[in-house]
Design a protein. Sequence first.
Length: 286
Amino acid sequence: MSDSWPRRRLLAILRGASEPLDAQELARITGQHVTTVRFHLDVLTRESLVRQFQQPPRGRGRPRIGYSAVQRSVGYQELAQVLADQLGPDPRRRSEAAIAAGRAWGAKLDAGDHRVESLEDAKDVTMTLLSELGFAPERDPNETAEQALIRLTACPLRELARTHSEVVCGVHLGLIKEVLDRNGARGDVNVRLHPFVEPELCVVRLEMLARREQDTRRETELRRDTELRRESELRREPDNREVATVPAVGDTGGSEPLIAPPSAGRVAPQLRNGDPNVAKQSAQQW
């Protein structure tokens, strides 16, 4: 914001206002020209210190643009920058440390008393938390029955997150996880934070783990049943022994089965002559 007194004054006025104010109203309060006020408001908007709102027009004409201050603690940006620089060079360790810090933060907050028993409950708790912290959350119309999407339109640390997303987003992720866990969602809700899906927008994704684990369990059981059925079919298959039917020795009128040894791989010769000498010779060969 640089050291601009006009912008600091505009920001102070917006922080004390109960509703968004447009450039015309701010110009009347400060005595500045409306073009000058719009210039300062544009700077404050780029620095994520104020947020724009579309308001209905007064009478006929185009909608008005109202401005509201983003509420945050004094020195939060500078303190977060110092902490981010102290977490070491390894991005994974920085992220893990940031999530742990976010959980510690969430443990100290008033988490309310809203029992999380469904995805809708988890979304309500998360929306309330992020609204109180100045993220200006909005529900995403693309959400489904399996997952809830929350749009974060005003991150208090947006500029720092652009260069230290694993730290800033890690802290916010740990904070959300801890608050949901304290409201009974431990092990039931998966939380993911997608930074900068658009230049000024991040998205929180909530999923109920119970349904996903149930689907995984069903797939595992189906695969196990298939394997057991295959093994059972293999056990019922007959052996590979070959069976040949030959006339009984010395009897031309009947026949009886002869089972050839599996290792022989040969079928006994069919005896067409009832001569005992031929039969005896054949038996000696076999």
